[in-house]
Design a protein around this ligand. Structure first.
Ligand code: NAD
Ligand code: DAU
Length: 337
């Protein structure tokens, strides 16, 4: 089996490649990644020389390049992780989100149809459902919850998600879609909440918490996202959507305090800053469908996962230092000014 993994130099795509290259030595894994600020070859270092792995630099919106690659490689499965993924950046500059997340998805689906791919899997997100109220903990997102987005990022991911469904119904694209909750774990770019808080705490720098820190996210260790996608591409039904989440809801301030406690750093480092525009209040996934139909079960709960993640960052500070480029500094100054 030959699998195309787009966005494989990013956080989740990179973890997925590590997992697949080790688990399936007889599969060929090919990464297509444009190496934007979020893509990092250091993430692929442990597998770059493996015989069942190949890296191709390129943009998913480049139709010519994508068609050539599909023609040469004859993929049986395509998994689209490639995206602009940070909500705050989409508030600063939405355009590239529309281009990559929507038009890039279209190019990959056109190529999949043209070159007879057996399964196209779209890595979507729980953000397509919008948010839930903080005072209704009985409410969870199911696969039937209406799409209702808040940020340019989530609107672009929802557009892609709907387009994938349209290609299934109209052109018979053999697709599946997963909508996962917030991931954390190794190789997470330090612009997102958990790796940013770990990095700042280690450097005794302020930990910027938006608003009052009361917003809730449903955290899943990236390893468990990888096992879920592995199951879906092998056993998931064509045309279906699967929610992925492990019932690990935490307020942001709880997450930040947990990190400080684990690192033995003072809570005085917490700094409350202006809230994100249009900030989603609460995400919470009902994963019953993937659990019951495919037998998926997460390995980590939040306590074991955050502790493993912190240990990884303590042991891999060089990885963080390598990716904090000039562009990273510019965005951090802009966002937290
Ligand atoms: P990331 O930002 O860490 O990585 C994105 C990768 O895509 C990078 O390697 C980047 O270079 C590449 N990329 C960007 N534009 C590209 C283009 N035009 N052509 C080719 N490659 C391009 O993102 P992530 O957090 O790993 O998220 C991966 C996917 O999972 C995204 O589709 C995201 O929407 C989805 N998702 C993320 C989470 C989360 O918590 N991080 C949760 C659910 C779903
Ligand atoms: O739910 C899935 C989504 O999770 C993915 O689709 C996105 O790609 C991914 O980035 C993530 O989106 P969030 O906006 O939830 O993640 P982020 O880490 O940016 O923020 C998590 C929460 O922490 C959110 O409520 C905003 C808050 N926050 C974030 C940052 C970066 C802060 O309070 N301070 C910060 O500095």
């Amino acid at each position: 089996m030959k699998i195309l993994v787009t966005g494989g130099a990013g956080f989740i795509g990179g973890n997925f490649c590590h997992y697949m290259v080790d688990k399936y030595p007889d599969y060929d894994i090919v990464v297509l990644d444009a190496l934007t600020y979020a893509g990092n070859m250091e993430t692929l270092k442990p597998i770059i020389n493996k015989s069942n792995f190949k890296f191709v630099k390129g943009d998913i919106t480049d139709r010519l390049l994508v068609y050539k690659l599909f023609e040469t490689e004859c993929f049986s499965v395509v998994i689209n992780f490639a995206a602009e993924s940070h909500v705050d950046r989409s508030i600063e500059n939405p355009e590239v989100f529309l281009k990559t997340n929507i038009l890039g998805t279209q190019v990959l689906m056109d190529a999949s149809l043209k070159f007879g791919v057996k399964r196209y899997h779209q890595v979507s997100t729980d953000e397509v459902y919008g948010d839930l109220p903080l005072d209704r903990i009985d409410l969870l997102f199911t696969e039937e919850t209406p799409i209702h987005t808040s940020s340019p990022y989530s609107a672009s991911k929802a557009s892609a998600d709907l387009l994938v469904q349209a290609y299934y119904r109209t052109f018979g694209l053999p697709m599946s879609i997963s909508r996962c909750s917030n991931n954390y774990g190794p190789y997470h770019f330090p612009e997102k909440l958990i790796p940013l808080m770990i990095k700042n705490a280690l450097a005794y720098q302020p930990l910027p918490v938006y608003g009052k820190g009361e917003n809730v996210r449903d955290w899943l260790h990236v390893f468990d996202h990888c096992t879920a996608i592995d199951l879906i591409i092998h056993k998931g039904r064509i045309g279906e959507v699967y929610n992925i989440g492990g019932h690990n809801e935490r307020t942001n301030i709880e997450v930040v305090k947990t990190i400080l406690r684990e690192l033995n750093k003072p809570e005085s480092l917490i700094k409350y800053v202006s809230d994100r525009k249009g900030h989603d209040l609460r995400y919470a996934i009902d994963p019953s469908k993937i659990e019951l139909q495919l037998g998926w079960k997460p390995k980590f709960n939040f306590e074991s996962g955050i502790s493993q993640t912190i240990t990884w960052y303590l042991n891999n500070q060089e990885w963080v230092n390598n990716i904090i480029s000039g562009e990273y500094q510019r965005f951090m100054e802009f966002n937290y000014k």
